[in-house]
Ligand binder design. Structure first.
Ligand SMILES: Nc1ncnc2c1ncn2[C@@H]1O[C@H](COP(=O)(O)OP(=O)(O)OP(=O)(O)O)[C@@H](O)[C@H]1O
Length: 385
C-alpha cells in the first residue's frame, strides 16, 4: 500500500468513526496533495455547504467519502526527504563582547519534519530562527541551503523559506483579497488564483472570516491568516516564532496538528521549525526538540551520560498534599529528591522505579492528584532542574 493509500484509509476511518472535525481537515490535506483544481473546487463547494448545514453530519460524511474516492484515483508521487534542506555547522552569533552569544550550534533539517525550538526567555530562540531565515548574519560557522527551487538572490530565497516573526504586520482590505494578492504576484491566472485561495481559506478554518479586515480578526485568526498566506507560496522551509502565543489551548493543538499534517505532505513536504513556550504541545508534534540554554543546544537524550538527570525517573505532580506527607509516602520508592517548583512538585526516583508504581502509591494513599506527568524523557526536566 502506498503512503497516499494508507492516508486515505485513515481518513475514511475518521469519517466512519464520526470524527468529522479531524476527518474533514485530513480530507483537505489529501485534496491539496493532488494539486488538482477540480478536486479543490469539490472541496470548496462542500465547505460552503458544510458551513450552511452544520447539523447534517450524515450527508457531510457521504459527500466527503465521495471526494475521497475521487482523490484515491489520482496518483500521488512520494517525495524523497533524504537530503537535508538546511545544514548549519558550528554556527556562532555574538551580539558583542560580554553580551549574549549563541552557539556553536549544528543542525540538519529535513523536509517533512517538525522541529520544536524551546527554552526559557532570552536563550536565543529568535536569534537562531533569524539566522536560519538569513535575516541576521552569524559570525562563525556555515549555513547551507539545499532547495529544489533554485535561488539566485535573497529575494528568490524568500519564496523558498518563510519566516513568520512574533509580531506580524497590519494589512489592509479583506482577508481573501490579501491572499489573492500573494498569488497574483506570481502572475497566476485569476480563476486558478480564486480556487487556490479558497482552498487555503477552507483548510485554515477561515471560511466565515474571509471577508473580514485585519482589525476585525482575533490574534488567533490573524495567525491562521499568516499561515494560509505563507503556505500559498509553497515554501520548502517554514520558520515560525511563537505561533501559539495568542491561541487558546484547543486552538494550539489544532494548529500544531494541522501544521504537522501539512508539513508531512506526501509530494510537497515542508521542513518546519517553530519556537514556543508551550513545551508539551510542541513535544507532542515535534520529530525533534531543540532545547536552548544560554545560547547552547542542550541535547535531549535521556540516556546521555552528560545530563545529571539521566539516572532518575522524574515525575511532575500537582496535588493537594503536604510536602512532608508526600515525602513519607514515597520513602518506599527510594525517593531521591523532592522539589517544589512553581506550585507543583518535581519528584526524582531511581530509574529502576516504574512510573505505574508511583501512580499506584498515590492511589493507595488516596492522594488527591490534580495532574501528574512522567517527564523523564521530556525537555521539561531541563526547565525544572
Ligand atoms: N539586536 C540585539 N542586540 C543585542 N542583544 C540582543 C539583540 N537581540 C537579542 N539580543 C539578546 O540576545 C539574547 C537572546 O535573545 P532572543 O530574542 O534570541 O531569545 P529568545 O529565546 O527568543 O527569547 P524570548 O523567549 O523572550 O523571545 C537576549 O539576551 C537578548 O537580550
Amino acid at each position: 500500500m502506498t503512503r497516499a493509500e494508507t492516508r486515505i484509509k485513515e481518513v475514511v476511518a475518521f469519517f466512519e468513526n464520526k470524527d468529522t472535525f479531524l476527518g474533514y481537515r485530513k480530507l483537505m490535506d489529501c485534496a491539496i496533495d493532488t494539486q488538482d483544481l477540480d478536486i479543490y473546487n469539490d472541496v470548496i463547494a462542500l465547505t460552503d455547504w458544510k458551513e450552511k448545514h452544520p447539523n447534517d453530519e450524515e450527508k457531510l460524511i457521504k459527500r466527503s467519502l465521495e471526494i475521497l474516492s475521487r482523490i484515491s484515483k489520482i496518483p500521488i508521487e512520494d517525495y524523497n526527504t533524504k537530503h537535508p534542506v538546511v545544514t548549519g555547522t558550528n554556527i556562532i552569533k555574538s551580539y558583542g563582547a560580554n553580551r549574549f552569544k549563541l552557539g556553536p550550534i549544528s543542525i540538519k533539517i529535513h523536509k517533512g519534519d517538525v522541529y520544536g525550538l524551546v527554552g526559557e526567555n532570552g536563550n536565543g530562540k529568535t536569534t537562531l530562527l533569524r539566522i536560519l531565515a538569513k535575516e541576521l548574519k552569524h559570525n562563525e560557522g556555515s549555513l547551507k541551503f539545499n532547495f529544489d527551487k533554485d535561488f539566485n538572490s535573497d529575494y528568490d530565497l524568500r519564496s523558498n523559506l518563510v519566516y513568520i516573526p512574533q509580531r506580524t504586520q497590519k494589512w489592509y482590505g479583506s482577508l481573501k483579497d490579501n491572499l489573492k494578492f500573494v498569488l497574483s504576484n506570481y502572475g497566476m491566472d485569476p480563476k486558478e488564483n480564486e480556487t487556490r485561495v479558497l482552498m487555503m481559506i477552507a483548510r485554515f478554518g477561515l471560511w466565515n472570516y474571509k471577508h473580514l479586515k485585519w482589525n476585525e480578526l482575533s490574534s488567533g485568526y490573524k495567525m491562521r491568516f499568516e499561515l494560509a498566506r505563507t503556505l500559498l507560496r509553497q515554501p520548502e522551509l517554514l520558520l515560525l516564532d511563537e505561533p501559539l502565543a495568542n491561541l487558546d489551548v484547543l486552538a494550539q493543538q489544532v494548529i500544531l496538528e494541522d501544521l504537522k499534517s501539512i508539513c508531512n505532505s506526501i509530494n510537497n513536504p515542508i521542513a518546519l521549525i517553530l519556537s514556543s513556550q508551550q513545551l508539551y504541545e510542541v513535544e507532542k508534534v515535534s520529530d525533534k526538540v531543540i532545547y536552548l540554554k544560554n545560547g547552547m543546544h542542550k541535547h535531549n537524550k535521556a540516556e546521555s551520560a552528560t545530563t545529571n538527570t539521566s539516572n532518575y525517573l522524574i515525575v511532575e505532580i500537582d496535588c493537594n498534599c503536604e510536602r512532608e506527607k508526600l515525602k513519607q509516602i514515597f520513602t518506599d520508592l527510594s525517593l531521591e529528591k523532592l522539589i517544589f517548583n512553581g506550585g507543583i512538585f518535581i519528584v526524582y526516583f531511581p530509574i529502576k522505579i516504574a512510573f505505574p508504581l508511583v501512580l499506584e502509591t498515590l492511589g493507595k494513599h488516596e492522594i488527591d492528584v490534580i495532574y501528574i506527568r512522567n517527564i523523564t524523557k521530556s525537555t521539561r526536566r531541563f526547565f525544572v532542574s
